[in-house]
Design a protein around this ligand. Structure first.
Ligand code: DAH
Length: 345
C-alpha cells in the first residue's frame, strides 16, 4: 500500500513540472487539477492514515513539496498571464527588471572604407551608380574594348552562368562604365561601388569575390591632368594631407594611356618593408583616359568628349588600414572579427 502512494505522489510532482500552460483556460484546468477541493493532492492527504507509521513523516514532507510546487507554479504563471507589471511578483520574478542589453552590431570594415571613399568623391560632385552583378559579356568585356579572343580576357578568370556563354558574374565594376555611358549623356561623373567575382583559388591574399569602386568622369576637354589632380585629392583625403602619389605606366584595354597609382606608404618599420616589398610605395588603383573605342562602343562621340576612369579594390585598403592579414576574414562573418569594428563609423 505504502509503496503505491509514494509512486502516485512522485508521478504527481512530475506532472506538475511537466504541465505546459500558455493561456488562462489551461491555467484554470491546472488549478482545478492540482489545487482544487477535489484535487489529487487533497485525496493524497487522505491517504496519510494508510501509510506505514515509519514512513508517515517522509510521505507528509513529500506531499507538502508537491503542494508547494503546484502553488508556486500556479502563482508565477498567473502573474505572467495577467501581464502584471507591478514590480516583484510572489515567485521572485521581477517583471520590471531591465533586460539584458541587446548586442548591437558593428559596421563591416569593407563598408567603413567604402563609405569613406564615397564621402571623398561626393564632395567633388561624383554620384553613386549601382548596377547588376550578373552581367553580359558585352558590358563586362566587349564594350570595354576587350572583344572575344582578346588576350586580356585571360587577365580575369570569369564565372559564366550555367549553360551560358554570355551571362557572367561581373569580373570588375568597369562594366558599370558601359551601363552608364549607354544610358546617360555627358557630363558623367560617377563612382560605382560593388561586388565582383573571379574564378581564383581562395587563399589569404585572394578570394573569388571582393569589392571594387569604379570611377568615371566624361565631359568636354577632360585631361590627364584632371585625373591626376582628382586622384591626388583622393589619396590625401584617404591617407593624410602629406600623402604623395606616383603614376606608373600600365596597360588596361579600356584606357589609353593607362597607369597604376601608388601612394607613398613609408619605410619605417619591418612591416612597411614587407607590405611595400621594400619600395615604400603601395599600389592602390588602376586608371587612365577612357579609350576612344570605349566611348564609341557606348555611343559617345570621342571627337567631342574625353574622360578618365579608375578602379580600386576595397578589401586591399581595409587590410592596410586595419592590419588584416587574411582576406578570407572579410567573408566569414565571424563575430569575433567583426565586433572589433564596433564604434567605428
Ligand atoms: N577593372 C580593372 C581591374 O579590375 C581596374 C581598372 C583599371 C579600372 C583601370 C579602371 C581603369 O576604370 O581605368 O583590374
Amino acid at each position: 500500500m505504502s509503496a503505491d502512494v509514494f509512486v502516485w505522489v512522485k508521478d504527481l510532482l512530475q506532472s506538475i513540472h511537466d504541465a505546459r500552460i500558455s493561456n488562462q483556460e489551461e491555467l484554470d484546468a491546472f488549478r482545478v487539477r492540482f489545487l482544487g477541493t477535489k484535487s489529487e493532492i487533497k485525496s493524497l492527504f487522505g491517504e496519510i492514515k494508510n501509510v506505514d507509521n515509519d514512513r508517515k513523516k517522509e510521505f507528509g514532507l513529500l506531499l507538502n513539496e508537491v503542494k508547494q510546487a503546484a502553488e508556486e507554479k500556479y502563482e508565477s504563471l498567473k502573474t505572467l498571464l495577467e501581464g502584471q507589471t507591478g514590480g516583484q511578483s510572489d515567485s521572485g520574478l521581477d517583471l520590471t527588471a531591465p533586460c539584458e542589453p541587446i548586442a548591437i552590431g558593428s559596421r563591416h570594415p569593407v563598408s567603413i572604407i567604402l563609405n569613406q571613399i564615397i564621402g571623398i568623391f561626393s564632395r567633388i560632385g561624383f554620384t553613386v551608380a549601382e548596377e547588376r552583378e550578373i552581367e553580359d559579356d558585352w558590358h563586362n568585356f566587349t564594350a570595354m574594348n576587350t572583344p572575344p579572343d582578346h588576350p586580356a580576357r585571360d587577365m580575369q578568370d570569369t564565372f559564366y552562368l550555367k549553360d551560358s556563354t554570355t551571362q557572367l558574374l561581373r569580373t570588375h565594376t568597369s562594366s558599370v562604365q558601359a551601363r552608364i555611358m549607354t544610358s546617360q549623356k555627358p557630363p558623367i561623373r560617377i563612382i560605382a561601388p560593388g561586388r565582383v567575382y573571379r574564378n581564383e583559388t581562395i587563399s589569404s591574399r585572394s578570394h573569388c569575390q571582393f569589392h571594387q569602386v569604379e570611377g568615371l568622369y566624361i565631359d568636354e576637354g577632360v585631361s590627364f591632368a584632371d585625373m591626376k589632380q582628382t586622384l591626388l585629392y583622393f589619396a590625401r583625403e584617404m591617407y593624410g594631407p602629406q600623402t604623395n602619389i606616383r603614376l606608373r605606366p600600365s596597360f588596361f584595354p579600356f584606357t589609353e594611356p593607362s597607369a597604376e597609382m601608388d601612394v607613398y606608404w613609408g619605410l619605417k618599420t619591418e612591416d612597411d618593408y614587407r607590405i611595400t616589398k621594400g619600395s615604400g610605395w603601395l599600389e592602390i588603383l588602376g586608371c587612365g583616359m577612357v579609350d576612344p573605342n570605349v566611348l564609341e562602343n557606348c555611343g559617345i562621340d570621342p571627337a567631342k568628349y574625353s574622360g578618365f576612369a579608375f578602379g580600386m579594390g576595397i578589401e586591399r585598403q581595409a587590410m592596410l588600414r586595419y592590419k588584416v592579414t587574411d582576406i578570407r576574414q572579410f567573408f566569414e562573418n565571424d563575430a569575433r572579427f567583426l565586433s572589433q569594428f564596433s564604434g567605428v563609423i
